[in-house]
Design a protein. Structure first.
Length: 89
């Protein structure tokens, strides 16, 4: 419900992702592990027509591609960071 509200949708009835994550050490100027993500997102969302104010469904399919470069932490408490991330999920 929160995601639908964020994008001003009446409802999200389906949200799926088929992604591949891969680590790539080559080509990094900072000698860090880059993580690349490639895949496809499928969704069915309900929008409200601005003219008639009636709901209608929209099927979406789009490719995603992202790269993330980790930031080197000055702290050595990686376990505490992971616990905080897991609690947030």
């Amino acid at each position: 419900a929160a995601l639908a509200a964020r994008f001003r949708l009446s409802e999200i009835t389906r949200l799926e992702a088929d992604v591949v994550l891969r680590r790539d050490k080559s080509g990094s100027a900072y000698d860090s592990d880059d993580v690349h993500m490639d895949g496809t997102v499928l969704a069915t969302v309900t929008q409200k027509c601005v003219r008639t104010n009636e709901d209608f469904d929209v099927n979406l399919e789009f490719d995603v591609n992202a790269a993330v470069r980790p930031v080197q932490s000055t702290e050595t408490n990686d376990d505490a960071d992971m616990e905080e991330i897991e609690r947030a999920l």
